[in-house]
Design a protein around this ligand. Structure first.
Ligand SMILES: C[S@@+](CC[C@H](N)C(=O)[O-])C[C@H]1O[C@@H](n2cnc3c(N)ncnc32)[C@H](O)[C@@H]1O
Length: 272
């Protein structure tokens, strides 16, 4: 299948989800917190990104811009990019309303180098981004092309190990291969979006890909980045499975008596 069909199908799903996420009936996105002037970065990235004051940041797959706005409030000059026109429109409206230094560009992440002007001190990619991308080595090249020499990537994502599992018959069980071939994506039909909102989606089909940690890290190295550090976390920013519970830090974990699995990873890499 032509990969454009994958992108077009996914984009329709994202376009439809934006209004549901912006309404935020389940408070998954904490939109009101951002409207009230507060920061909503999760404990993981808040502890790891460091000082972004004065940095030019490219926020890839920025959705409707909440994290972009938080980065701008922390003193960065932010450009968010997303291929959903609905997401970009909502992000622009929010940033305009809140008067922050965040601009938004519509486009496919694979076209980011041609769409974004100048080089960046930081490329920022988090939570639920790279699983929508068929080619992780090509994504790494795009990231490298956006960074100035010495600039860094911050990436935080669900751990590939846990993404091989699903909730089946009341327990966490293996379901997906650890590596998804580019031309044989995971095809899912989902009636609702992941926020728990009751809205039933018209655009139910999505295509996604599992990328092993080694493909991600080696892709970045091949693209000319050097790893600063790589962290694995027994916590996640959202309840992937129904048995996960939220802690005081706002992160979700498996019950203490459950086998502990890596739930998230994060890394920082510098362009040589
Ligand atoms: C789960 S959201 C990411 C949320 C992100 N953590 C944030 O900052 O709010 C995934 C986003 O990726 C975007 N997306 C998916 N595939 C894309 C692609 N090929 N190019 C650009 N954006 C893409 C979707 O439109 C959606 O807004």
């Amino acid at each position: 299948m032509d990969k454009q069909i994958y992108f077009d199908t996914n984009r329709k799903s994202w376009d439809e989800r934006v209004a549901i996420h912006r309404r935020d009936a389940t408070k998954f996105y904490d939109v009101q917190k951002v409207l009230d002037g507060h920061d909503k970065l999760n404990a993981i990235e808040a502890a790891e990104i460091g000082d972004v004051r004065g940095l030019r940041v490219a926020h890839l797959q920025c959705h409707f811009g909440l994290d972009s706005i938080c980065l701008a409030r922390r003193g960065a000059s932010v450009v968010g990019l997303d291929f959903s026109s609905a997401a970009v429109a909502e992000a622009r409206a929010l940033a305009g309303q809140l008067g922050v230094d965040a601009r938004f560009v519509e486009g496919n992440v694979y076209d980011a180098r041609g769409l974004l002007t100048g080089d960046f001190d930081m490329v920022y990619v988090t939570w639920g981004a790279i699983n929508w991308l068929p080619d992780i080595a090509q994504w790494a090249k795009v990231v490298a092309s956006l960074l100035k020499p010495g600039g860094r990537l911050y990436l935080a994502e669900s751990h590939p190990t846990i993404l091989s599992f699903d909730w089946i018959d009341g327990r966490i069980a293996p379901r997906f291969d650890w590596r998804t071939p580019r031309d044989r994506p995971i095809i899912e039909e989902t009636a609702n979006t992941y926020t728990g909102a009751a809205d039933v989606l018209d655009n139910k089909t999505t295509y996604s890909w599992q990328h092993p940690l080694s493909d991600i890290v080696n892709g970045l190295i091949a693209a000319g980045l050097a790893l600063f550090w790589l962290n694995e976390h027994a916590a996640l920013t959202w309840p992937l499975f129904p048995n996960m519970t939220v802690s005081e830090d706002g992160l979700y974990r498996l019950p203490p008596d459950h086998v502990q699995l890596p739930l998230a990873f994060s890394l920082a890499a510098r362009r040589m």
